[in-house]
Structures are given as structure tokens and as C-alpha cells.
Ligand binder design. Sequence first.
Ligand code: C2E
Ligand code: CA
Ligand code: CA
Length: 306
Amino acid sequence: SVYPHDGDDTETLLNKADIAMYYAKDHGKNQFSFYFDDLKTDAKRTFTLDSELRKAISNKNEFEIYYQPKVNYQKQQIIGMEALVRWHNEILGNVSPGEFIPYAEETGLIIPLSEIILEKVCLDAHELIGYGYKMPIAINISSIHFHQPNFITSIQQILERNNLPANHFELELTERTIMNNEKETTRKLILLKHMGFKLSLDDFGTGYSSLSYLVEFPLDCLKIDQSFIKQICSVSDKQAIVHAIIQMAHRLQMSVIAEGVEQRDQVKLLGEMDCDMIQGYYYSKPVPLDEIMEFLEFWELEIEGK
Ligand code: C2E
Ligand code: CA
Ligand code: CA
């Protein structure tokens, strides 16, 4: 393993040193020292990340949930928001989920971490409902978590404990998570749907290209990946793909959300292509709970004119 766990960090360092040595034989001394320094820094960071993440999971208080609104373009309404975890650590500073979520998945720490995230989202949901904001909250579901045999029971228990119905939530799953041809996956998705969850397919277009599962699975929404949106105004092929995805989704009774929308031109073009929902920095970055409440209040007053 590249990642040190309790007690085996020396071994990992030695293995990396060996690799560096072999590498140096072929590439000369200078490159050796560069490569070796990088490895040392990497291994040290991973070691700290591991121990700090374990601590943070047992204390629970270093994690915070940020929220990003999802906007219905035609109605100019906020129809939901996505919960995105943030980790503030004393030693490492703010670690991005792009770094610690994959690490948590490799080490299995994602299971307790996902439960902490869900608990925190439930607390925030009560706060939001208390202020009259009843739109569903989307939660990112890790593949490792989803494939646990007790996945459904565990989220059901957390919702029951917090007295919240499943239809207050949307689950964001990636293609990687549900594309495995297992009957068990279809069974789980149907069960979740029956429980009342909305189901979305995240990062659509980046994973496998088989489309047959779109018919098989009870999905409500496709989220078109940021990489398509980024060049939608400049590359006509990307524009064609996005347009085709929107039309296909609508034929299959699914709604479409474009993510990573940053510019006015992109919003306009997506509107013309009949994209249902927009998410991205154009409207708001993911922000802490108190800021999303301010944003929702502002939106009601200024945009909807309530
Ligand atoms: P994702 O689910 O695809 O989330 C979208 C990412 O794009 C978020 O990054 C968000 O902050 C960012 N984003 C949103 N709008 C824009 C935009 O207009 N421009 C650009 N450049 N970026 C935008 P973030 O929060 O760093 O999360 C990265 C990934 O980490 C997420 O990708 C998701 O896969 C994972 N993740 C984040 N929070 C959670 C969580 O609570 N649970 C799990 N299992 N995974 C999470
Ligand atoms: Ca997501
Ligand atoms: Ca995404």
C-alpha cells in the first residue's frame, strides 16, 4: 500500500526509497533527489492526513457542510441545494474534499465520515425548515458507502433519529457507483426511490458510455459534468453533446442540471437548450449554512419579489 496506516509508515517510506533508487539508476542523480524529495513530502503529508483524519472523525467537529443552490432557470426559483463537506484542520489547514474523500474511500474511513456528514446535514435541514426553506438537499454518496450491505438501513436510521423524511433529500450517485451490472444495485436504487429519495446521476458524461442503464435505473435527474459546460460556448462539439444529453434525458422523463456554470453566456445558452436547472459560481459558490440562508432570503426579496 502507498498509504501508511498505524505502525507501517517506515515500511512505506523504504518502499518508496527503493522505487526512487531504481528510478535514479536510469535517470541520473539530480532527478533522483528531486523524485526522492517529492516522495518524502508525499509520504509525510499522507501520514499526517491519515492521523488527522482519524482524529477529526472521532471528534466530529472539524467538518462543516457548505451548500450550493440549484436554480430552476425558467422559473427563476431555487429548487434545491447540494451539500458539500469542508474540513478545517489545525495542522493541514482547509483540506479539499477532492483530496480527503478519495483517501477516506481507500482506507474505509468514508463509512463513519459519511454518517457524520449525513448527521450534520440533518441538523442543518431542521434549521432551514425552521426558517421556512423546505427545498430538498442533495447529498453526495460515495461508491464505497453505497455498496455496503447495510447502506440503506444506516441512512434510514439516521433520518429516523433526526425525524426527517426521505423525500427531503436527493442522493447524488456517479456512474462509477451504479454501473456494475449487479442486480443488487438495481434493487437498492428501486428501494431508495420507493423510500422517497430523489436520485441524481452526478458527473454525467465522464464515466462509462453505456446508456442502457439510464432506462433500467429509476433516476430523476442527470447532472452534466463541468467539463462539458466549461467549453460549451467555445467548442461546438461540446455544445452538441450537451444539447443531445438534454434531449435524451427529457425523452426518458428525467430532468437535467448543468454544473459548474460560471458565465452569463453559458446560462443563456443552456436556457435556450431547455436545460432545467443551473448550478455553479454564476449564482453562488458553496457557502456555509448562515450564508446560504442569507442568499435564500435575498433571492426571495430581490428575484421573486416576495
Ligand atoms: P461534485 O459532487 O461533482 O461537486 C461539484 C464540485 O464542483 C464541488 O467541489 C463544487 O464546489 C465545485 N463547483 C461548483 N460550482 C462550480 C463552478 O461554477 N466552477 C468550478 N470550477 N467549480 C464548481 P468540492 O466541494 O471541492 O467537491 C469535490 C468533490 O468531492 C465533489 O464533486 C464530490 O465528488 C466530493 N464531495 C464533496 N463533498 C462530499 C460529501 O459530502 N460526500 C461525498 N461522498 N463526496 C463529497
Ligand atoms: Ca455532486
Ligand atoms: Ca459533479
